[in-house]
Write a protein that binds this ligand. Structure first.
Ligand code: SAM
Length: 188
């Protein structure tokens, strides 16, 4: 740990790199995710389901640089040629985040099923958009979050009925719920 005080990190210094990375976040969500990571305490554990080229991984990862906090990125990265994973890795390495951001190339259910102890302080869900998968991703997130930890789910809108239905069914697990546009969040 270097003693870097992340509270004073400025999104605008990272905006060009983050918003130049391919991804599906909508304007404002990058800065919101960055802000969530900035607010984490040193040594916390963040988890992301669905990383793609790394746009959200960079949002969550930049504030962890030179701290003892870590972000685990779970993604199948199965596009046949594995080009997406290579680009994700390049984006992490070229920004010096390899000591804090770690890939887990696996289906989210497989990656999380064996884990029992709540270890995560923040979980961002942006993987599969099908109802059954999202329900299980949210259940797994609830089990693995520490008390007071936050879950944030992307694409909770009519356009993605499976995600919306899953969140509406599961949201009462979480308190102090809120929104950043299509991201719905709450605390365990
Ligand atoms: C919408 S993209 C994620 C976008 C990313 N969060 C961003 O900011 O650009 C969805 C990603 O989730 C991955 N994915 C879909 N279903 C998954 C599952 N069940 N387990 C792990 N990864 C999954 C896909 O491979 C894809 O890369």
């Amino acid at each position: 740990m270097t003693g870097v005080d992340t509270k004073f990190m400025n999104y605008n210094e990272y905006k060009k790199v983050i918003e130049g990375t391919t991804g599906f976040l909508v304007p404002g969500q990058e800065q919101w995710l960055f802000g969530q990571a900035v607010q984490r305490r040193n040594g916390e554990v963040l988890l992301e389901i669905g990383s793609y080229y790394g746009r959200s991984s960079l949002c969550l990862g930049f504030p962890l640089k030179n701290t003892d906090s870590v972000l685990f990125c779970v993604d199948k990265w199965e596009d046949g040629r594995c080009a997406v994973y290579k680009d994700w890795e390049k984006n992490i390495l070229s920004n010096g985040l390899q000591n804090n951001v770690f890939p887990i190339q696996m289906h989210s259910h497989k990656a999380l099923e064996g884990l029992k102890t709540p270890f995560a302080d923040f979980i961002f869900i942006d993987g599969d958009h099908e109802y059954e998968t999202v329900v299980k991703d949210i259940d797994n997130a609830y089990s693995l979050l520490k008390e007071g930890g936050m879950v944030a789910v992307h694409d909770v809108i009519d356009k993605f009925p499976g995600i919306l239905k899953a969140w509406v069914e599961k949201r009462n697990l979480f308190k102090d719920r809120g929104r950043c546009t299509s991201i719905a969040y709450g605390y365990k």
